[in-house]
Design a protein around this ligand. Structure first.
Ligand code: SF4
Length: 495
């Protein structure tokens, strides 16, 4: 072009990039008239992992101990070429940017890598907390824009479903950009503040504790109220006359619960508000909230009715405690059978401490979920459906930046990956808007030929690692299975 600008064709935006400048996504630039991928291409090295150079992934403040490959040595089976920084297959009919062969214990393997552009993608967020974040289906916002919704809660955790094609492309430009930005930050391990309609503000960061309305969550509950009664009934027996474990879902009462019955705990005439499900198990004792056991109560006595005068007695001792042990109060009945708050006796304090001790640290988990579409698959083989069959038959191993993925059963290649198992900053974006995520397919070279792969574009591992051409070698994640081993061991029927 007249002004020496070059056109990037790595995504549908088709930026014109002037010399020394970068395109809209900052992933590609014009370097002396050549289109270059700006981030280093990441290669995993298993030997580095063995050499104690692994930096725990959660130490976000530190970079991995990446060193440039410059010695030209290739250790077959010990080096894995990821798609991070590899570049993208666009517009579709081109082979993937790198199709690398290597020998693993005498077997010829091939790894096809590409940075996929995912318009159909999102994240599933698991937030370990009892606190009520918002009612199911409530809209979740980032920077004021709708980016997802609250979905079905799980045991001890609240769940969010963020992103997806409707938020990325089906709303306003602002909504798409805010969604893309939130997904990118979450996937790259950064903290994102989310606001739930008619609910809380929550700061989410993969591998870190959630911060709910400014308070950092510490513990994930030991169980529901009923389970907590079952677990600790023996420790409470004879030290106290009754125990109520306050929980937004199932509040437990020791004297009525089967665990208390089996121990011979005497009836106390205690009366709970809410809906009795089965003996000693109550639903809906209060509204959901961010206080005692994920309810809205600050005073636990508000969930009790009057004690039954025929069964209760003056001096009756009872403990009320939340499912994390964070909230607790001890009472004794006066002559009028009304509770008086007292100091918690030392032997009961131990049981409250034991509940806390049994609670795991509260964390946020971020799973990226995406669908490898037809165009991405076309970069692997001229007959894309054969790749899907090969993945389903476990002949082809899918990884994301070298991390293991869960591939959903059914059609297509829809997968999920825990972002904390991937190298740092593995994700990018394009302004369409869509997320860019690494994806690698590893299989036997012979199987690759059978499924119609671009065998003429296969090049040996040595051809790329000896060049020191903007590549970065990082240690493999210690907890991940080694992708080449797993691929080699794939079983199943041939396509
Ligand atoms: S947004 Fe990025 S990938 Fe897309 S054309 Fe521009 S520079 Fe290339």
């Amino acid at each position: 072009m007249a002004d020496d600008a070059i056109r990037c064709d790595a995504c549908p935006v088709l930026c014109y990039i002037k010399p020394g400048r970068t395109g809209s996504c900052d992933r590609y630039g014009n370097h002396e008239g050549k289109l270059v991928r700006l981030d280093p291409h990441v290669v995993l090295d298993r030997a580095l992992e063995r050499g104690e150079s692994v930096v725990p992934f959660l130490e976000r403040g530190r970079e991995w101990d990446g060193t440039l490959i410059n010695h030209g040595e290739v250790s077959h089976g010990e080096t894995f070429v990821t798609a991070i920084g590899a570049g993208t297959t666009y517009p579709d009919y081109k082979p993937a940017p790198f199709i690398i062969s290597s020998q693993v214990e005498g077997v010829d393997m091939v790894t096809v890598v590409t940075e996929g552009i995912f318009s159909y993608c999102g994240v599933k967020v698991k937030i370990d907390t009892d606190r009520h974040l918002g009612v199911e289906c409530s809209t979740v916002r980032a920077a004021g824009e709708a980016v997802g919704h609250v979905t079905t809660s799980e045991y001890g955790s609240q769940m969010l479903s963020l992103g997806g094609v409707r938020h990325l492309t089906g709303g306003s430009r602002h909504e798409g950009d805010a969604t893309c930005d939130a997904l990118l930050n979450l996937c790259n391990g950064n903290a994102v503040e989310l606001k739930i309609d008619d609910g809380v503000k929550v700061v989410v960061q993969a591998g870190r504790a959630p911060i709910v309305d400014g308070a950092q969550e510490e513990r994930m509950r030991v169980g529901c109220g009923s389970a907590t009664i079952g677990m600790f009934a023996k420790q409470w027996f004879s030290k106290v006359d009754d125990v109520v474990v306050v929980d937004d879902h199932i509040t437990g009462v020791l004297s009525e619960h089967q665990a208390g019955k089996l121990l011979g705990v005497r009836e106390t005439g205690i009366k709970l508000k809410g809906r009795r499900s089965t003996p000693g198990r109550y639903f809906q004792v209060a509204e959901p909230g961010t206080s005692w056991g994920g309810t809205d109560i600050d005073d636990p006595l508000t969930i009790l009715g009057k004690f039954n005068a025929k069964k209760a007695w003056p001096g009756l001792r009872f403990l009320m405690v939340s499912t994390t042990g964070e909230h607790y109060a001890y009472y004794e009945l006066g002559e009028d059978l009304k509770p008086r708050v007292k100091e918690l006796p030392a032997d009961l304090r131990k049981s409250v401490e034991r509940i806390k001790e049994n609670c795991e640290p509260a964390l946020c988990t971020v799973l990226f979920m995406g669908g490898a579409g037809g165009s991405l698959r076309a970069g692997v083989t001229e007959n894309p459906v054969k790749l899907t069959h090969s993945v389903r038959d476990a002949l082809t191993r899918v990884t994301c930046g070298g991390a293991p993925v869960y591939v959903w059963p059914g059609g297509g290649i829809t997968f999920m990956v825990d972002v904390t198992r991937m190298p740092q900053n593995a994700f990018g974006y394009v302004p369409t808007p869509a997320l860019v995520a690494p994806i690698e397919f590893t299989l036997k070279l012979a199987d690759y030929a059978v499924l119609g792969g671009y065998t003429e574009d296969v090049r040996p591992l040595s051809s790329i690692v000896s060049g020191n051409d903007g590549r970065k070698r990082v240690s493999a994640h210690a907890d991940n299975p080694w992708p080449l081993e797993a691929g080699r061991e794939g079983k199943g029927r041939r396509t």
